[in-house]
Write a protein that binds this ligand. Structure first.
Ligand SMILES: *Cc1c(COP(=O)(O)O)cnc(C)c1O
Length: 448
């Protein structure tokens, strides 16, 4: 049967007529139901937007082009985009304590590329936080730094403190005299020493770029130090990890000159159009963080500590007990004796507990395919309204799978039952279903 008339047949009939369409809808809907209602998600780099942020994300700006910066564009049709972009910059600026915010990087990696390229030329040197201290691949010769032809020199790691070895790093920076020093990481339990490093970096004329991709939501909520207040010249970040916004990137600077220089690099070097529908969702999320960010960020960290303590009590080897396990949203578990990262992460997935395997400081490079750790994050659990008591329950569910070796499909039933109580997103505006439909009609059909 051909379908050319364009008449309304209803979605079920269309699915029967077009198996490809049916498959696409099935995968999308099943994924959404699974990850939003049935799983315990502890991927530390993920989050969920509020319903209002999601609805405004569907706006028409996703179809438009805006090369250049607000009020200095290469295309017409952007009179409202210009205003919205400036408003969003202002909102993020208020949260970060600076006027110099650029939202054009479309991801954290593009934010890093922009900052790195602004302050270096190919052949220059960068002193970077070591991979053992959690540095992201974009800070290494294998990632963005390498692609830009910048030489990577790692600061030494202090395994006792699970951090950069400050004294040795100072000497290294004095010796190497790099153009940039990078801090921040993807496995990030304790803040890197911004002030100590900034003092010596500035003395040799280097810029300090602190990548807060993982902890941006904690920074704006006041539960993690703001590197711009401690001497970092620039912060780069993703906007979708502990900060529960749309996927994207951001740069903020403590001074106007650096901001302007980076603005000349991000466009035209790393973005052309910058995915404009993000702006409205970012702005809504920023307003929500102004209202509830402090409460949210503090609960995230309390939950991480509670999860670490509960896992240790259940018999897991949680790293860094001597420093109270964590000051961020992350908890790191060494599962070398329990089957190693790859196997354990898969077993947990079978029980609908979603985590990722992670290299630990003592792993060898060849362990990358099967590292000894798991990295867990509490930011999304917190958004779903979970508190310390739920962290204990999650630790028990994890023990059933990993230590008691219960059948994951049996534990899955308990996970789904547990999850049923947490289906509303907290720390954001609440909408009635009526409001939601009203906004959807506007977004889909410009129909008010
Ligand atoms: C996730 C992450 C990035 C990359 O961000 P994307 O938005 O995925 O490009 C950069 N730096 C750090 C420290 C990260 O954790």
């Amino acid at each position: 049967m051909a379908y050319e008339s364009g008449e309304f047949l209803g979605i079920e009939t269309l699915r029967q007529m077009y198996p490809d369409l049916d498959a696409v809808l099935n995968l999308t809907i099943t994924h959404t139901m699974w990850r939003k209602r049935q799983t315990i998600n502890m991927i530390a780099s993920e989050n969920v937007m509020s319903p209002l942020a999601m609805l405004v994300y569907l706006n028409d700006m996703m179809h438009r082009y805006a090369e250049g910066k607000p009020y200095k564009r290469f295309y017409q049709g952007l009179i409202y985009v210009d205003e919205l972009e400036v408003k969003t910059q202002e909102l993020m600026g208020e949260l970060l304590g600076t006027k110099h915010v650029d939202l054009r990087p479309i991801s954290g990696t593009i934010a890093n590329a922009t900052a790195f390229r602004t302050f270096t030329k190919p052949g220059d040197k960068a002193v970077v936080a070591p991979v053992q201290a959690g540095a992201h691949v974009s800070h290494t010769k294998f990632g963005t730094l390498g692609a830009l032809g910048i030489e990577q020199i790692e600061m030494p790691f202090d395994i006792e403190e699970w951090n950069i070895d400050v004294d040795k790093a100072r000497k290294l920076i004095e010796e190497v005299k790099p153009k940039i020093v990078t801090l921040g990481g993807s496995l990030y339990l304790f803040p890197h020493p911004t002030k100590e490093i900034a003092d010596v970096a500035h003395a040799v004329g280097a810029k300090v770029i602190h990548d807060v991709a993982h902890v941006l939501g904690l920074v704006v909520g006041g539960a993690w130090e703001n590197p711009l207040k401690l001497g970092a010249d620039v912060i780069t970040s993703s906007t979708h990890k502990t900060f529960p916004g749309p996927q994207g990137g951001i740069i903020a600077s403590s001074n106007e000159e650096d901001y302007k220089e980076m603005g000349k690099v991000v466009f035209p070097m790393f973005v052309s159009n910058h995915h404009l529908h993000r702006l409205a969702a970012m702005a809504v999320t920023a307003i929500e963080m102004k209202l509830w960010g402090s409460e949210y960020a503090r609960q995230v960290v309390r939950n991480a500590k509670a999860l670490a303590e509960a896992l240790a009590a259940e018999g897991f080897n949680v790293v860094m007990e001597r420093k109270g396990y964590t000051t961020s949203h992350q908890v790191v578990v060494d599962v070398a004796n329990l089957g190693r990262g790859t196997r354990i992460a898969k077993l947990l997935e079978d029980a609908y507990i979603i985590v990722n395997k992670n290299m630990l400081p003592w792993d060898r490079p060849e362990d990358v395919k099967d590292p000894s750790g798991l990295r867990l994050g509490t930011q999304e659990l917190t958004r779903w309204g979970m508190k310390e008591g739920e962290m204990k329950e999650i630790a028990r569910l994890m023990k059933m799978v990993v230590i008691d070796k219960r059948d994951p499909s049996e534990v899955r039933q308990k996970v789904m039952e547990f999850r049923r109580e947490f289906l509303e997103i907290h720390y954001g505006f609440k909408l009635t279903r009526e409001d939601e439909v009203k906004l959807l009609k506007i977004m889909l059909h410009a129909e008010s």
